[in-house]
Design a protein around this ligand. Structure first.
Ligand code: RNT
Ligand code: ZN
Length: 420
């Protein structure tokens, strides 16, 4: 079947494939730099363990070990993904050199430490999101923004403020909104004696960070919640209720961020998207794949990813209310393929959602016609989706399915396998 035939099949059920592709081309998804180097960054000893309750597992060869390698890898990924990407950096990816005065600790970071990234983004016409890095650092005691030690807490508040200034710089230089996400792994392995104290301190710390002046039209600070992490199984300071209540009571300065790896396994973020959009004009998402826990596996074209994409599309998320970012890290397979597979699957899920007669399905629901609703929704599953997807890739100037992996393998042979 050709694309033309597929277009006609979709037209017969009231779906305009051309309009769907046009819309998807403009939808921005942030590409997380940390898939390329297993979340190590450049500002501390690369052999240090990853802390904060997150973990990468696997030691596939070819990890990026410096800014040049990471940038080259991101370039390779950009060749293979359709649509409008933006970059997503963590503060730990600051680039220190003689020109900018060398290494400084996280509380002293300045925009100049991200100048090379700004140049990189400008040359590729990318916007950039940002994240303070509250983990994998000697000043995690192990708490950060919720620490009872005032000196520790102050250090991390200063880090957060520095990151607001860097986010403003990124937004101004690149002319795109910068989503700045606050996540800490603060919590306890075992049953705490005081659950409120850390949360009061966390709240105060985020308020202090957000007291740093910034333009809310340009910088969108977010608070990301979590249920638990490795080594912090019993208590998480920034729980769902905490993060959501914080965002709801600071609506003029921050928005909630949901990571679909951060909930109990039977909870689904797809259903939470419209719930939050009933109250917040903007929300942010970390798109990942949890396998039994927040394992950060590569995003697949699976049922929940499709359902998340449907809710984004149906709720008008592609018109600007939902900020989308990927967040996973698999060190057990080729990292370029991991990046590309997850990014393409997120785009695929959005295209799939756009190729649905959403208005008609809604009307069937509203008129109580649940029999036909089920029949129509099931029939969508055997529509010639692959033809439209390959056409979309071609129009975006990237290889279709069945072709991009050759290029990833070439890069592995010629570049990644030569790294020590
Ligand atoms: C961890 C959070 C957080 C991190 C990134 C690296 O569970 O999802 O967003 O994955 O900031
Ligand atoms: Zn996340």
């Amino acid at each position: 079947m050709s694309y033309e035939n597929a277009r006609e099949s979709y037209a017969a059920i009231g779906v305009d494939t051309e309009a769907a592709m046009e819309k998807l081309k403009k939808a921005q998804i942030a590409l997380h730099c940390w898939q390329g180097d297993d979340v190590r960054g450049f500002d501390t000893d690369p052999e240090k363990p990853l802390t904060g309750g997150i973990q990468t597992t696997g030691n596939y060869p070819g990890r990026a070990g410096n800014p040049q390698e990471l940038m080259a890898d991101i370039d390779e990924v950009l060749k293979l993904i359709p649509g409008k990407a933006k970059l997503n950096l963590h503060a730990s990816y600051a680039i220190f050199d003689e020109e900018n005065g060398g290494w400084v600790d996280r509380d002293r970071l300045e925009p100049k430490h991200f100048k090379k990234w700004v140049d990189f983004c400008k040359q590729r016409n990318l916007g950039c999101d940002f994240n303070p890095t509250f983990f994998s650092h000697p000043k995690c005691d192990p708490l950060t923004l919720s620490s009872p030690d005032e000196e520790t807490r102050k250090f991390w508040i200063e880090h957060g403020k520095a990151c607001i200034r860097i986010s403003s710089y990124l937004a101004k230089e690149l002319g795109e909104t910068c989503v700045m996400n606050i996540w800490t792994g603060d919590g306890f392995k075992d049953i705490p004696a005081d659950r409120k104290g850390p949360r009061d301190r966390y709240r105060d710390s985020i308020e202090q960070i957000l007291s740093e002046p910034f333009d809310f039209n340009q910088v969108k600070p977010c608070v990301e919640s979590k249920v638990f992490g490795i080594g912090v199984e019993s208590y998480t300071v920034g729980s769902a209720e905490f993060a959501l209540s914080f965002a709801a009571t600071h609506k003029d300065k921050c928005i909630p961020l949901m990571d679909n790896g951060h909930y109990h396994p039977t909870e689904v973020v797809s259903d939470k998207i419209p719930a939050l959009l009933s109250f917040f004009p903007n929300i942010a998402l970390h798109i990942t794949r949890p396998v039994r826990w927040d394992s950060d596996h590569v995003v697949l074209f699976d049922d929940e990813t499709k359902e998340i994409a449907k809710e984004i599309v149906r709720c008008g998320g592609l018109e600007g209310s939902v900020f989308m970012a990927l967040d996973y890290f698999d060190a057990s397979i080729n990292r370029i393929s991991a990046w590309v597979t997850g990014y393409r699957n997120t785009q695929k899920a959005l295209l799939y959602a756009l190729l649905s007669p959403n208005e008609e399905l809604k009307n069937l629901q509203d008129s109580g016609n649940f029999t036909e609703l089920m029949v129509r929704m099931e029939e969508l599953k055997t529509m010639p989706f692959g033809e439209v997807w390959n056409e979309y890739c071609q129009r975006c100037g990237v290889p279709g399915d069945g072709r991009w992996f050759e290029e990833a393998k070439r890069y592995e042979d010629e570049v990644l396998s030569k790294r020590s």
